[in-house]
Design a protein around this ligand. Structure first.
Ligand code: AMP
Ligand code: MN
Ligand code: ZN
Length: 927
């Protein structure tokens, strides 16, 4: 009786405490939001198509463009050798004479916007010896511009490739463009060639440019419109080239224009080549040299290919634009000195600000602020934001009246959402320009930055190197500046991390499942509901949020009465600080242990997977890593596998003794992998002593025997989990297609005596028994999508042998030395797994009767997997399942102590699954 009363009081206190904490937290968050919205940037509400690009090759930072790396390329152009070869010895492939080209224009074309359609195009191109190409760009709402459309025409078909939708996939067309055996026909290719490099690392090798052919033939005009009219009798409206090519769907008129631009090129090329040959015949002094004109056209064309895309590098942001404005202000007269230094300074400041803003927002300079507006601002030096606004609007409308061309918003949205910065730029002539720019950058992309981060601007803070320029008197500042910009950079990359890895949609859907007697069983996600519904195992009883009632008696009910944990809805917020904008799943029991738990203990996972914001995630993870070390010391089980050795050869040659020196048996899996990787990728080019060193490492795995290329490839797989192997195989499949494997050099030269170390064999069996790791790679792995698992092995399956190429792994572990230098933790796996592991989704809230075995494709020797396995086995052996339960409690305690979480769901407790309500309440009061 008394006890009950006490409990009641405790509950009341606990609830009050929880409510007050919740309240103050929410207040604080609301206040923060209000502050932010003051500085909100127009981009927050105006998504641009390029923001869906996952990767851009040319970002808006001030660093130079990185070209594709290609083996054997010496200069800056990856295909310099191939192109030079063509220049010196052109192929006579410009012979289109036997080509059956259809002048008849058909209205049909193939619109390519999905990956599979792109693959079909690639397949079609693989059968062609020439094709025509044109591209359309968008440059107004982008800093460097991007390719919005690629038109490709073959003899049979016209393709319009949506390079916005397929921006990250287009690179599969690279080989066709780079193939010297395939002729590409362009018209006026100078820009297209650069754009293709910039956006897709597509390099054109073997080009026939119809405009160059016109030059060689001394045609009166060399525009495409002229050629279309003279050769094909087709009129085209070239004004369409200035249209906004980002539009989707593209208007019929633009589609037709785009198709026309490429469709006739093959036919025109055929006509021009015929003329070139004829001219060659007529003019040549040497009758043998009849391809002279053709060759000249080819040479001129391929010279275009040799150009490389570069970003313009200025010694100061906006410098070139400022010079051109000075020139215009002076109308070509006098010198810069005749402009007042105040005006000069203002123009420079405004140009620099415009440059930075254009990069931050991925807009063109002219979209951010027109030259005439800069001149007006510099002349007038407006004193307040309203003045700034009207000055710009006036300057732009004056010019608009004159040439009626521009329909750009003035002032631009960039200026409007950063008006106070423009004013500061104009008014403040005390502050150093560097300081102002850095402050601007910080305000836009720094902590609580006003502008969205994107693949275009996140590198900007890291690479804003202008502050390192020639400012001899600013030493103190420079140090400061670098420090600030590093902080900004750190924050920017963190924000991008949040954007990329945090959960994209609410984790908890809060759907409900009722038993057939109407009792609430649990909350879960939609997938789970659908599973029951599609099998007619349940009926829908409520719509929003949906709820179902089971039509059968469930095997399990929420076992412990009074545990409200499973029967409450969950909030999509960080359980520690309440952050609701970004969060990812966090496993309180690290997966290196959890995956080895017996099935019946694993199924309660939902309790131990919580949502944490990125910052709290980091704190919790660090605490867990620290505690792992403690566990490792306490149990005497190292965190990493120290040595692995190949068992196959060990068994094959049993007679050897370990007397041979110089060869330590076994090698750490990580070291082995790194060495094999380096040898495979850079073996032929690395210094021979380094190669030797690495070879010896790999040889240690193979018991000291001579190693082959195949051995190296096998070594790469050692220690990988099945999942990692799948990924590896996939990657290799791709790279094999792209390049022929190079032979491993000097095989004879470095011959080592074949050495066998006995201890490897001994340790092998011993380790096998200790670790019980036979089944790491089972034959089933292929059939079951590689989901072989250690957890299956306790269903008393016999350990399976290796499947052909991959050996069974054997481990020898050296217990004494703790290898604390190997820095591969499963931390990444944890956080990434939290994010992309779809199969975990449905189990987050599933508190009852889940019976499907968890696929375990994560056991990797390169992480803490083996350590986890040993710890769990030890606990089970010594203490049984209770040992595991206590172990879980320890981890929950670690979690609670690291974060002092305020938003854990009611019913969550460290002692979970023990009837310890009181303890739970006390622990909450303590928080
Ligand atoms: P074209 O080679 O005619 O297909 O043009 C390719 C791209 O260059 C177009 O999509 C435009 O982005 C750009 N472009 C070409 N000429 C002009 C121009 N006169 N004004 C603006 N943009 C142009
Ligand atoms: Mn075009
Ligand atoms: Zn902004």
């Amino acid at each position: 009786m008394e006890k009950k009363a006490k409990i009641k009081i405790a509950i009341t206190i606990a609830s009050l405490a929880a409510i007050s904490i919740l309240f103050t937290r929410q207040q604080r968050r609301r206040r923060k939001l209000n502050q932010c919205s003051q500085y909100s940037c127009y981009l927050q509400s105006e998504p641009k198509p390029q923001h869906n690009f996952k990767r851009v090759l040319a970002d808006n930072s001030y660093s130079p463009f990185k070209h594709a790396n290609k083996e054997k390329s010496s200069g800056s152009h990856p295909y310099e050798l191939e192109i030079t070869a063509l220049l010196e010895n052109p192929r006579p492939e410009f012979d289109f004479s036997n080509v059956d080209l259809d002048l008849q224009r058909s209205d049909s074309f193939v619109w390519v916007e999905t990956k599979s359609q792109l693959n079909e195009l690639a397949n079609a191109l693989s059968k062609e010896f020439f094709f025509a190409v044109d591209t359309e760009q968008h440059s107004l709402r982008s800093f460097l511009g991007f390719t919005a459309l690629i038109q490709i025409s073959t003899e049979k078909e016209d393709y319009l490739v949506d390079t916005i939708a397929l921006h990250d996939e287009i690179s599969i067309l690279q080989p066709f463009f780079a193939d010297p055996g395939v002729c590409k026909v362009f018209h006026g290719s100078d820009n297209d060639v650069m754009w293709l490099q910039r956006d897709f690392h597509i390099y054109v090798v073997n080009l026939f440019d119809t405009a160059k052919a016109c030059e060689v033939l001394s045609k009166p005009q060399k525009s495409l419109a002229y050629l279309l009219e003279t050769y094909c009798g087709v009129a085209t409206n070239k004004f369409l080239q200035r249209e906004d090519w980002r539009q989707r769907p593209l208007p019929a008129e633009m589609l037709q224009y785009a198709q026309t631009d490429a469709h006739y090129l093959l036919y025109i090329a055929k006509c021009l080549v015929a003329e070139l040959k004829q001219q060659g015949n007529e003019n040549s002094y040497c009758p043998d040299d009849k391809f002279n004109f053709v060759l000249e056209a080819s040479r001129r064309s391929n010279t275009v290919c040799l150009q490389v895309y570069t970003k313009e590098i200025e010694s100061y942001p906006g410098e070139a634009a400022a010079s051109s404005i000075f020139f215009r202000l002076l109308n070509g007269q006098g010198g810069v000195s005749s402009i007042s230094s105040v005006t000069q300074d203002l123009v420079r400041r405004l140009c620099a600000w415009r440059d930075l803003m254009a990069r931050v927002h991925d807009e063109s300079l002219r979209f951010v602020l027109s030259d005439q507006a800069i001149i007006a601002l510099a002349n007038k030096a407006p004193a307040n934001p309203t003045d700034v606004y009207t000055t710009i609007a006036q300057a732009d409308s004056d010019v608009d009246c004159l040439n009626l061309s521009s329909s750009l918003p003035s002032p631009s949205p960039v200026v409007c959402s950063h008006l106070d910065d423009v004013e500061r730029q104009v008014c403040n002539n005390v502050e150093n320009l560097d300081d102002i720019l850095l402050a601007n950058l910080q305000k836009c992309l720094g902590p609580n930055g006003s502008c969205p981060l994107s693949v275009f601007n996140y590198v900007l803070p890291a690479k804003s190197n202008w502050e390192l320029k020639n400012q001899s008197n600013k030493f103190v500042y420079k140090q400061n500046g670098v420090k600030v910009s590093r902080q900004v950079a750190k924050k920017a990359s963190r924000d991008l991390f949040v954007q990329k890895f945090s959960c994209k949609s609410p984790v908890y859907h809060n759907c409900r499942i009722y038993a057939n007697d109407g009792r609430l069983l649990c909350y879960c996600d939609r997938k789970k509901l659908e599973w029951y519904l599609t099998r007619d195992l349940a009926k829908l009883v409520e719509d929003n949020p949906p709820a179902i009632m089971l039509l059968f008696e469930p095997k399990g009910r929420p076992e412990d009465e009074g545990n409200e944990f499973y029967i409450q809805s969950k909030k999509n917020i960080c359980v520690s600080c309440g952050e609701g904008n970004h969060y990812l799943r966090y496993r309180i029991i690290p997966s290196c242990y959890r995956i080895h738990f017996p099935e019946q203990l694993k199924s309660h996972r939902s309790h131990d997977i919580v949502l944490l914001c990125v910052d709290c995630h980091e704190v919790a993870h660090a605490a867990a890593e620290k505690y792992k070390k403690q566990i490792s010391a306490e149990f005497g089980i190292p965190l990493f596998i120290h040595k692995v050795a190949d068992s196959r050869k060990a068994e094959a040659r049993p007679g050897f003794s370990a007397s041979i020196t110089n060869f330590e048996a076994g090698v750490s899996p990580l070291q082995l992998r790194t060495a094999a990787m380096a040898l495979l990728h850079h073996g032929p080019t690395m210094p021979s002593n380094r190669r030797e060193e690495l070879r010896r490492i790999v040889m240690r795995y193979y018991g000291g025997r001579e190693i082959s290329q195949e051995d190296l490839e096998r070594a790469l797989l050692v220690g990988m989990s099945p999942r990692e192997r799948r990924r590896h195989a996939k990657k290799r499949g791709l790279s094999l297609k792209m390049s022929k494997p190079t032979d491993f050099p000097d095989r004879q030269q470095d011959s080592y005596p074949a050495v066998m170390v006995e201890s490897a064999t001994m340790d092998a069996t011993k380790a096998d028994n200790v670790l019980g790791l036979h089944a790491i790679e089972t034959q089933k792995s292929g059939e079951k999508e590689g989901r072989s698992s250690l957890t299956e092995s306790h269903e008393s399956k016999p350990p399976t042998c290796s499947n052909g190429g991959i050996d069974q792994l054997v481990f020898s572990t050296i217990w004494k030395k703790m290898n604390s230098t190997s820095k591969v933790s499963d931390s990444k796996d944890d956080s990434v797994g939290n994010v992309d592991d779809e199969c975990e989704n449905s189990s987050v809230q599933n508190g009852f009767g889940s019976s499907s075995p968890t696929p375990n494709s994560k056991v990797s020797l390169l992480g803490h997997g083996p350590h986890g396995k040993q710890v769990v086995d030890y606990l089970l052996r010594e203490y049984g399942e209770d040992g595991i339960r206590q172990f879980c409690q320890r981890w929950r305690q670690v979690f609670v102590e690291a974060l002092h979480p305020h938003f854990l769901p009611a019913g969550w407790d460290v002692m979970h699954r023990y009837n310890a309500l009181l303890l739970h309440i006390l622990s909450r009061i303590m928080l």
